[in-house]
Structure formats: C-alpha cells, structure tokens
Design a protein. Structure first.
Length: 417
C-alpha cells in the first residue's frame, strides 16, 4: 500500500502474538530496538527542533498517539512542566511507562482511543505525529486538538508524491482517500490531506491560528504543520446589522484616543480587521484588536448560526473582549441601504443582498429575531457588552436594555414565542 511505503511513525518492533503478560519478557529487546534509536538522527533532530522550538520550558505537552513515549520524555528533558501521552495500544503504554521509570521522568501515559475517549484536558502544546491519517474522522479530531491547544498545535503527515508538472505550480488543497486491499487494513490510512488542505482547515475553517508554517523533512517523506494560536490581549468588537454605522463607530475608536479612553478601552490600537479578513491580522502578541462584525453574516448563508462562524471563535480566544452592538433607528437604516442600493446599481456588480435587506428592514419581526439571536449568543460568552444607540449621536446602555431600545427605534417590541 502507498501509505505503508510512506509511513515511518516512531515504531518499536511489532511483535505478533505478544499479550499483556508477555510485555516484560520482550521489554529489553523493545527498549534497545526503539523507534528513536533506529531513526536517522538528523530526522529526529529536525522534528524535535520544530516541535519544541525553544518554547517548552515550564509548559504542558500532549502527544496524541504517543507509541513508546519518546516525545514525552524529550519534552520533560527540555524542561516541560508536564508531559502526557495518549496511546491506543496497551502494550505500548506499558513500554512507555517502563521507559519513563527507567529515565526517572514523570511522564504520564493514558491508554485510550482519542476519537472515542474523553478529552485529557487543555495543554500548551499538542502534537500528533503521523497519526491523523489513521483516524476515521480526522477533521473532527483535528478540531478537538485545535480546541485543546493553548499555544501551539503540531501535526506530522506523510508527504504525497507530486507529479512532475505539478511542481511548477502551487498545490491545490487535496484530501486523498486511499483504498485498502483488505478491510482490516482500512485504518492504515483513512484520509491523507496535503499541506494546502491543512492550511485551509486551520486558517479558513478556523480563525484562532496564525498562518500555519509547513516544514518538509530532510528526507522528504513527511511534513510538519505548525499552527500557533493567536494571542490577543484585548478584542474590541463593533457589531450590528448591515448599514447600522459600524464602520463609522469603529473608525472613531481607532482614530480618537480620548473616545477610546471614555469607553474604557486600551490607549493604543494594535490592529484592526473585518470579520472576513481575520487571517490577515499580524502575527505575534496583539495588545488591542478592533474587529468589525456584521451580525447578519449567517443570514441566508450556509453558516446559519454564530456558533458556526469561524470569525466568532475569536470572541472566546481573546483574553478580554469588549462588545459594542449598534442599534440604529429604522429610518436611518433604510436610508443607508437606499444609498448603497443606488451606488451598487451604478456599478452593476454584486448580488442583490442589500435589496433583500432593504425590504426585510421594513418587516418588524426580521431585525427583532436577529437581535434576539445575537444577544442570546453573546450571553454564552465572557465579555463586557454595551448597546450603542446610533441616531447620529451615540448613547450607551447596558445590554440588558436592548429590547426597550429596539422598540423605541423600530416601534415594535420583542414578540414572545
């Protein structure tokens, strides 16, 4: 099989017919014939340099598919505060524990199926080396790993052979589904994403990672994907429906330090972005980010809900979040949309989404429903939420008063279900 030729996961020798009671009898041979000992030293050094990158001291480390536990031991030798391995095969766990005991290192090894078992918790660094292609639902597993990683996620995958002509153009995102000759071999390789596909999943399907880094091994048999979590100290979100005046309010926050201070925001703005441009934010620690968020993004689109919107993941990942939701009188909303409609008619481009909204804004229940969904969603987040009434001037209210302000703006109250 193709995957069998490519695969070189940290293997110990596979001893057929060895049961739990026989492990101790074979331990000396297993320990001397270890994967770390048999692998090329340059390959091991390449991998460890990218995984630890001088940022392991005092941090917690999780290795998914830990096999004989080499990576956890290396993490502890480099100063990790805690190292945990999750491994499916019981015999491998016994070997790993024996190695840790011999080395005098407090590595923890858990026997379990990562896809089906309970999550071991959150860790600063999460690694999964050449295991993802053996999982039956690797995308879901990747999402779980991404949620568990506080600082970095490292994935190693076998490299796919590229055709000669394809070397002269950027690779397209591809996830292979290799077919096994026999059903018991199906788990040898279920799905095999290339580097472009991994970048798409981690940087477009998710918003919490900086642009991923991809490193090819010295032998070219595998590649490492290193994804670093975004570090946002303070996130200011300017939200509201289309044409509520969000851009004007956001620009005043960015350009007027006195205005920022009056709102209790940091003195400086490090970066700004629209919800569709999150992946373009700078890398490194960002002290204060201002984000423009149209809360009608899920309307009439496959997103459907805020929980499915990748941009909304930032609301949970930033250390502190200040949310400002604009509530604009109906007449002002429709006037803004009418001006936009005329502008777009002259340009003769784009879908008629604003035409649809122009009609819906005159329907009492439309905005009531979406404001209700938005405020219910925000209640699930840990943030400071302020309602901004925008009638040309700004008035500020506690978010609990949104229904009253909405009724004053639109002449309708929130209807009970």
């Amino acid at each position: 099989m193709l995957f069998k030729r490519l695969r070189y996961r940290r293997p110990g020798r596979v001893l057929d017919g060895v049961g739990p009671m026989d492990v101790e009898r074979f331990l000396p041979e297993m320990l001397t014939d270890s994967g770390a000992a048999r692998q090329d030293a340059a390959e091991v050094g390449f991998r460890n340099a990218r995984i630890f990158d001088g940022k392991i001291e005092g941090r917690s480390f999780l290795d998914i598919g830990s096999h004989h536990g080499d990576l956890c031991l290396e993490a502890l030798r480099r100063g990790a505060a805690r190292a945990v391995g999750v491994e499916l095969i019981r015999e491998n766990v016994l070997i790993a524990r024996n190695r840790a005991e011999q080395a005098g290192l407090a590595a923890e090894y858990i026997q379990g199926d990562f896809e089906r078992g309970e999550e071991p918790g959150n860790f600063d660094i999460v690694a999964c080396l050449n295991v993802l292609p053996e999982l039956f639902d690797p995308i879901h597993a990747l999402r779980r790993m991404a949620a568990m990683a506080r600082e970095r996620l490292i994935i190693e995958l076998p490299s796919r052979r590229r055709r000669w002509l394809s070397r002269f153009r950027a690779p397209e995102p591809v996830i292979d589904v290799p077919l096994a000759a026999r059903m018991h071999e199906v788990a040898d390789c279920t799905f095999l994403p290339n580097a472009a596909a991994m970048g798409g999943i981690l940087n477009q399907h998710m918003a919490t990672f900086e642009p991923v880094q991809v490193f090819s091994s010295n032998a070219g048999k595998s590649f490492l994907v290193v994804a670093t979590k975004r570090r946002i100290k303070h996130l200011t979100v300017v939200a509201g429906p289309s044409k509520a005046g969000k851009s004007t309010f956001k620009n005043r926050i960015i350009g007027d330090e006195a205005f920022r201070r009056s709102l209790g925001l940091p003195a400086e703005v490090t970066a700004q972005a629209d919800a569709n441009e999150v992946r373009r934010l700078p890398t490194g620690e960002l002290a204060h980010v201002v984000l423009h968020y149209d809360f009608l993004r899920p309307f009439d689109r496959a997103l459907g809900t805020y929980e499915r919107d990748p941009a909304a993941e930032l609301f949970r990942s930033a250390e502190q979040v200040s949310m400002f939701t604009l509530m604009t009188p109906k007449a002002r909303l429709r006037a803004q949309l009418a001006a936009e409609k005329l502008k777009r008619k002259k340009q003769e481009i784009g879908p008629p989404r604003r035409d649809i909204l122009y009609a819906l804004y005159d329907t009492p229940d439309f905005l009531t429903t979406w404001y209700d969904r938005w405020f219910r969603f925000c209640e699930t987040l840990n943030l400071k939420h302020t309602v901004v009434r925008n009638d040309g001037n700004y008035e500020f209210f506690d978010s609990r008063n949104w229904q009253r302000i909405h009724a004053e703006n639109h002449g309708d109250g929130l209807k009970s279900a």
